[in-house]
Design a protein around this ligand. Structure first.
Ligand code: GRF
Length: 208
């Protein structure tokens, strides 16, 4: 089994990042996180990385004259680290088509809802849970998917349902969903480490 080299991108608190770090340390995920990149120098995810001796890199578009120069830097960090998979864990920026093309089917994202519903532009964080409650759906869930050029659109790797309860607020639903996120992301990464997934017809299939 190959130990996967990961680079994680995050913008916020990084509880998903933490869960992946913990699962790697517990031997449940056969991977190493080579670096954590954040567009926000003050984001707690960078602190989490440092605590685990993972290089914490602040990289923002604002530091570069053009979007292309930003991409040059980003791609060079990924190349230097011989990255197998890029892990988006609450990264609030969109990767350019150039980066997505360079790492086709090698970028994973987690979404706090059941795609292809409740996704797309503006559908992030609490907005997802608000929309789910508004719809009257009795289940929500978590999606781990590969990233393509269209927002929240690439091949779905794993999904898990989470019940919506009668008294739920967006915040209480978010908490229940987040707990499942913390398991499911690691499970998805481990499937790739075990080489159990193949992409055919733009869909992720379990290998037989
Ligand atoms: C998660 O809900 C994830 O689904 C979404 O952003 C949130 C990040 O949370 N993409 P955290 O920073 O991992 O705590």
């Amino acid at each position: 089994m190959k130990k996967l080299n990961l680079v994680a991108f995050a913008s916020g608190g990084g509880t998903n990042l933490q869960a992946i770090i913990d699962n790697i340390e517990a031997g449940k995920v056969n991977a190493r996180i080579k670096a954590v990149i954040s567009n926000n120098s003050k984001a707690f995810c960078l602190e989490r990385a440092r605590k685990h001796n993972i290089p914490a890199i602040h990289l923002s578009h604002k530091m570069f004259a053009t979007p292309d120069e930003f991409d040059d830097k980003l791609l060079s960090v990924l190349k230097e680290n011989e990255v197998d998979f890029v892990i988006l864990a609450g990264y609030m920026k969109i990767l350019s088509p150039r980066v997505i093309k360079a790492y086709k089917n090698k970028i994973l994202n987690i979404h706090p809802g059941l795609l292809p519903h409740f996704g797309g532009k503006g559908m992030y964080g609490i907005h997802v849970h608000e929309a789910v409650l508004k719809s009257g759906m009795k289940v929500s869930g978590v999606t781990v998917h590969l990233v393509d050029e269209i927002y929240d659109h690439g091949p779905i790797v794993l999904q898990k349902c989470v019940p919506v309860e009668d008294h739920d607020t967006p915040e209480s639903l978010a908490q229940r969903v987040l707990k499942v996120e913390h398991q499911l992301y690691s499970e998805a990464i481990q499937l790739f480490a075990e080489d159990k997934i193949e992409i055919r017809d733009n869909k992720a299939h379990f290998k037989r």
